[in-house]
Design a protein around this ligand. Structure first.
Ligand code: PLP
Length: 633
């Protein structure tokens, strides 16, 4: 377990139990407790149709833990409450969840419900996100903010104004100067007084991977000149009292509280200036950026970690705002934040299964014999062969590498020219492998074939090389004897995982117990609850995983599955790319009627073919393990 550093990145939610299985502590506890959920038992319960109450869901699988979500939300709120109280700040914190981080209905509804006692709201960045946020917030606190970010047209603005009419605490945040004219025009037409916010383009620049949204040349927000124009125009039309809200976002994964305080301090100055210019300001919204410690290093140096805790983050924000406001004698604003990653990352685990591993090919030397092997070689290849043999005898490592390369290259050339047969080339490969093994250069890393699409389920790994902790969810009481990389089901060379946290290019893994395709070895990708589902594509027409929602309970298993949804079927993903599965099925069925009954023994007749086709349309595109490895659990 220490090999995978589970405690470093997983505490207080993930640990390893005495059976060597990963357990989930849904209420976030540092110590062992009877409330732990054994992840392997969850997988067994939901995927094995034979287990009692088993659902027979296919892998890959996302297991969501709403209790973890609740704990994250409460921890964030408590961190701000504590910072506010201890620093004597004279206002409160009221966050929003940016639905783009994970738009799943249950995730959004859970957040609204868990956060309603402390007026937690939602943020939208597009029209459909606004619609779902409006709907979800009908069940939230009436004071919860509905922050409308993103580029807006007249329809987006009309919808946001309607949301205000529906008594939702909606704020239209101007992302571009031009949006103001639409807001003025439509709000007067609809006779709805808007609450207006503006997104400031800060000078503070986050230099990390996610920082391209920040700085003067950032994509979003209003420059100082534009902010002044907005204030002037609002004043002219008698709407300056509508401007109440200042927003900024300097990028995700803010690495340090120094950078954070710098950005927040700059924004607080803008806030105070807006007060001076006559706006009825009340809220400063610091955007997202609260980071996650993916590798457990808690280090500013690592680009997948951050050098602060939740508490330190909140303290830095409160202090930076308070400092500026006190110096300018401005009333302390309500603090809003839009943390996405920090709220949803921990709550879901992606489980996938190794279907096979490339066998470690122990070098086998040719049955052809040495004489036969060297017979057809060119003079140069012959010389290389002799040099290689001599270097091997003398144990000269560098020379061996050089001559092996040279020898192989020449032999391949000969093969291409047709002067060397396939058996001979294989024998030469065997000889070189054997020499490699003797001098200790053979790469023992194996390839594990996973029932997964990287493009669908871990798109950030492919797109921006974001790493997540990936760990077997069982057998952690057994020393792993193999190192492996993970290869997915897509026929794309990028569909592999060969970089792991800690800078490793392979992962310690266990030998598979079953034969090829038998499955039964399960790995989990952790901390991927944010963005991965929303960004995932359908490369090779692999759709999303099955999803279950698991609550901690006092029953015999310690958990209850409260919702289960199989992943999209082949028919579903075909529909995404405009095919019509029903018509396709009809066409193929006619074809089956035309050709199916020709089968002499009538076993594979038209009806059987049609059943088989229907089944294919209805099943998920992922592989099915041939013998359920779960039996071994
Ligand atoms: N707010 C805005 C405007 C964003 O663009 C984003 C993410 O890109 C967020 C909030 C969420 O950021 P994070 O997930 O880093 O908290």
């Amino acid at each position: 377990a220490t090999l995978y550093k589970v405690h470093a990145w997983g505490a207080p939610y993930f640990a390893v139990n005495s059976s060597g299985n990963i357990t989930v502590r849904p209420h976030g506890s540092e110590t062992l407790s009877h409330q732990e959920i054994d992840l392997l038992k969850v997988v067994k319960k939901v995927s094995d149709p034979k287990s009692s109450g088993g659902l027979g869901l296919q892998l890959p699988l996302i297991v969501r833990f709403p209790d973890v979500l609740k704990n994250r939300l409460h921890s964030l709120q408590s961190a701000f409450d504590y910072a506010i109280q201890s620093q004597g700040f004279e206002s409160h914190y009221q966050g929003v969840y940016p639905v783009k981080s994970n738009q799943d209905r249950f995730v959004v509804e859970d957040i609204v419900s868990f956060g309603s006692s402390f007026r937690f709201g939602l943020e939208s960045g597009s029209k459909p996100e606004l619609l779902l946020a409006m709907n979800s917030l009908c069940k939230g606190s009436p004071e919860a903010f509905l922050v409308c970010n993103g580029f807006k047209d007249s329809e987006y603005i009309s919808l946001a104004l309607l949301a205000r009419k529906l008594a939702l605490n909606t704020v239209i945040v101007l992302e571009q100067e031009e949006e103001l004219d639409l807001v003025i025009e439509i709000s007067s037409k609809l006779c709805i007084r808007p609450v207006i916010g503006l997104r400031a383009k800060l000078r503070t620049k986050h230099g990390g991977h996610f920082g391209s949204t920040s700085g003067e040349k950032g994509k979003f927000g209003l420059t100082t000149t534009q902010i002044l124009k907005v204030v002037k125009k609002l004043e002219q039309v008698g709407m300056l009292d509508c401007l109440k809200f200042l927003h900024f976002h300097i990028g995700s994964q803010i690495p340090s509280t120094t950078l954070l305080a710098d950005g927040v301090g700059e924004a607080a100055q803008i806030y105070c200036e807006l007060v001076r210019l006559g706006a009825q300001m009340g809220v400063i919204d610091i955007g997202g950026g609260l980071g996650i410690d993916y590798d457990g290093s808690k280090s500013i140096e690592s680009d997948i970690s951050v050098g602060y805790s939740l508490e330190e983050y909140a303290a830095a924000v409160v202090q930076a705002i308070q400092y500026v406001c006190d110096r300018r004698s401005v009333k302390h604003p309500l603090i809003c934040s839009e943390s996405g990653r920090a709220i949803v990352s921990h709550h879901s685990v992606l489980i996938f299964e190794a279907m096979a591993a490339s066998a470690y090919a122990a070098p086998t030397f040719s049955t052809l014999g040495l004489q036969c092997l060297v017979e057809g070689l060119s003079e140069e290849a012959h010389a290389d062969y002799h040099n290689l043999s001599a270097a091997t005898m003398r144990g000269e490592y560098e020379a061996c590498l050089l001559y092996t390369d040279q020898f192989k290259q020449r032999c391949v050339e000969q093969f291409k020219q047709g002067t060397l047969g396939m058996e001979q080339l294989a024998a030469i490969d065997g000889l070189c492998d054997m020499i490699g093994k003797t001098i200790g250069v053979n790469d023992p890393v194996r390839t594990y074939h996973m029932n997964l699409s990287v493009f669908t389920s871990i798109p950030d790994f492919w797109g921006i090389e974001q790493m997540f902790p990936i760990v077997p969810i069982h057998r952690l009481d057994e020393r792993p004897t193999v190192r492996g990389t993970l290869s997915d089901l897509t026929c794309d060379s990028d569909g592999k995982i060969d970089k792991f946290i800690g800078g490793e290019s392979s992962l310690p893994l266990h030998e598979l117990k079953g034969g090829h395709g038998s499955g039964g070895y399960y790995l989990g990708m952790f901390l991927g609850g944010a963005y991965q589902e929303a960004l995932g594509g359908v490369h090779n027409l692999f759709g999303g995983p099955s999803v279950v929602r698991v609550l901690q309970s006092d029953g015999p298993h310690g958990f209850a599955v409260t919702h289960a949804a199989p992943g999209p079927s082949c028919g579903d993903v075909l529909r995404v790319v405009q095919h019509e599965p029903e018509l396709m099925f009809e066409t193929l069925k006619h074809r089956a009627e035309e050709f199916g009954d020709d089968d002499g023994n009538n076993v594979v007749n038209a009806a059987a073919l049609a059943t088989c086709l229907a089944r294919s349309f209805n099943k998920m595109p992922y592989l099915v393990a041939s013998s359920c490895g779960l039996n071994a659990v």
